[in-house]
Design a protein around this ligand. Structure first.
Ligand SMILES: [Zn+2]
Length: 215
């Protein structure tokens, strides 16, 4: 058990949300005992992806992404995504109107339910992608913890910089309704529910494994 938990600077302030995020790291560190899977291991897994109810990508590995006229497509990669978190957006981007997978985030945007979004300050020995898995794991734990108590967490909202409603692009503090007015038009996407369902399944299996008396 690590005696201290370090997660970048806490210039963003010390809050209940940050405490739960840090507890997420501790849980994650313990969950892979005996060669089992941590949240980080699951997110990094070769097949890992979360899709919404209409099979649009929410989080994880993604295929080639078209990035619009005059821009190269984004290659196959991995991203935490800008839909379904309890608050957002994750990051500040150089360009509105362009999918987050098509550009590098310029600054992290710290909000209640995204306590360490990209770009990350990388600790020694970690790659940027490894840091991204770990910080996304801690934020998934944070959102699940609040959502299961119905105190916040995962929501069916989008903060993608290329989606917009009548008020403009969705990468603003109130985001957009995930189920309306987006491109492509859709009616039942529910990205927050998709994140919750994945995480809830993972946590149930993991808690039963770690605490056999729960079974
Ligand atoms: Zn962290």
């Amino acid at each position: 058990m690590p005696r201290t938990t370090v997660c970048g600077t806490i210039a963003r302030g010390f809050s209940n949300y940050l405490v739960v995020h840090e507890l997420g790291h501790i849980f994650d560190n313990q969950a892979d005992q005996g060669g089992n899977q941590s949240i980080t291991d699951a997110l990094a897994g070769g097949m890992f992806t979360i899709q919404d109810q209409e099979f649009y990508w929410v989080m994880g590995h993604h295929t080639v992404v078209p990035c619009g006229p005059g821009r190269n497509a984004a290659p196959v990669g991995w991203s935490r995504g800008e839909r379904g978190w309890g608050s957002g957006p994750s990051s500040i981007y150089a360009s509105q109107g362009i999918d987050e997978r098509c550009q590098n985030p310029t600054l992290p945007n710290f909000t209640d339910f995204q306590q360490n979004p990209p770009p990350h300050q990388v600790a020694s020995g970690l790659t940027v992608l490894e840091a991204s898995y770990q910080e996304s794991a801690a934020d998934m734990f944070l959102n699940w913890t609040y959502r299961i108590q119905m105190q916040g967490g995962f929501r069916n909202r989008t903060w993608k910089p290329n989606e917009r409603d009548a008020e403009g692009y969705c990468n603003r503090p109130d985001g957009c309704d995930d189920n309306q007015t987006l491109n492509p038009p859709s009616s039942n996407r529910n990205s927050g529910d998709a994140r919750f369902n994945w995480m809830n399944d993972f946590m149930q299996l993991t808690l039963i494994r770690l605490i056999p008396s729960l079974e």
